[in-house]
Design a protein around this ligand. Structure first.
Ligand code: PMP
Length: 298
């Protein structure tokens, strides 16, 4: 990771799959008058490959399709074509463990709110991406509560993993980093605990895991995996309204996400947590699942 860290993303070597063709990494370009760039008409996925296989590839591809449908896009490739392209792309780039980014957007044919005649484009890129948080996070990350809140379902199609949703995530993350935190916890419009800027959140009390109901933010694939894993190991999992005032009742706290994997949390503002047995158990169980790939799509 470290040697790649400083290389801008448009200056790397390798191949990117663009609209059905493998092109040289540096040639994977779009025009500045692209609708997706100006109007946020863009959806994407974040996937991880472990030992050469994308974990939950089918679930991610299906979510990409759902996101696209919500945004009124018709992806011009089938699920089988996308999955085959993903596998070939990993091989062509010689990537065994890394991150995969499919993205779908509206092209430059029309530049106005209405974009019915714009063409739908799709690309897939992949690169090496180690831990999501830097080494200072090894004993758990420090979160602060963001000023920005997750909007109500009536204000944004929250089930779509669309790039527009990441505007407040980036603002919140920058504010957190400027103040010495690793990331931000976002509340929703009601003031209830929602999620981090790009990962879901869990808390523990005894042998019970508590996590907010995903009724205005992404119900992450890792979140669903962890709920099933925890239940199979005999933990109780409660999806419920969690208020920020309750944070002092919890013992452990961790984030879940494809990029973040299982990341223990050390503090949220002045609330402290001690990453312990449950964090460790979830971390190791998730690791073993991704390595053994019982869910791999061959
Ligand atoms: N919430 C947001 C806002 C995210 O960007 C992500 C990462 N995709 C998640 C939650 C976790 O989702 P997943 O586990 O599917 O990666």
């Amino acid at each position: 990771m470290s040697e790649n860290k400083l290389i801008p993303f448009d200056c790397r070597d390798g191949f990117i799959w663009l609209d059905g063709q493998f092109v040289d990494w540096k040639d994977a370009k779009i025009h500045v008058l692209t609708h997706g760039l100006h109007y946020g008409s863009c959806v994407y996925e974040g996937q991880r490959a472990y030992s050469g296989k994308v974990f939950k590839l089918r679930e991610h591809t299906e979510r990409l399709y759902r996101s696209a449908a919500i945004m009124d896009f018709k992806i011009p490739f089938s699920i089988a074509e996308i999955e085959a392209a993903t596998k070939e792309l990993l091989l062509k780039n010689g990537l065994v463990d890394g991150y995969v980014r499919p993205v779908v957007w509206r092209g430059p044919e029309q530049m106005s709110t209405s974009a019915r005649n714009s063409k739908i484009h799709m690309a897939i890129a992949c690169w090496h991406w180690g831990k999501y948080f830097d080494s200072s996070a090894s004993k758990g990350i420090k979160l602060t509560i963001a000023d920005w809140r997750r909007p109500p379902p009536s204000s944004s199609p929250f089930e779509a993993k669309s790039s527009g949703h990441y505007m407040i995530a980036t603002l919140s993350k920058h504010q957190a980093e400027n103040n010495g935190f690793h990331d931000a916890l976002m509340l929703d419009w009601r003031g209830q605990v929602a999620e981090a800027t790009s990962a879901n959140i869990f808390f523990t009390q005894g042998n019970t895991l508590h996590t907010p109901i995903p009724d205005c933010f992404l119900n992450g694939i890792t979140r669903q995996t962890i709920i099933a894993l925890a239940q199979s190991k005999g933990y109780d999992v409660v999806e419920r309204v969690i208020l920020p005032e309750e944070l002092d009742k919890f013992e452990e706290c961790f984030l879940t996400g494809t990029a973040a994997e299982i990341t223990p949390v050390r503090s949220i503002n002045n609330y402290e947590f001690t990453p312990d047995k449950i964090c460790q158990d979830m971390l190791l169980s998730y690791q073993s699942l991704t390595q053994n790939m019982e869910n791999k799509n061959d």
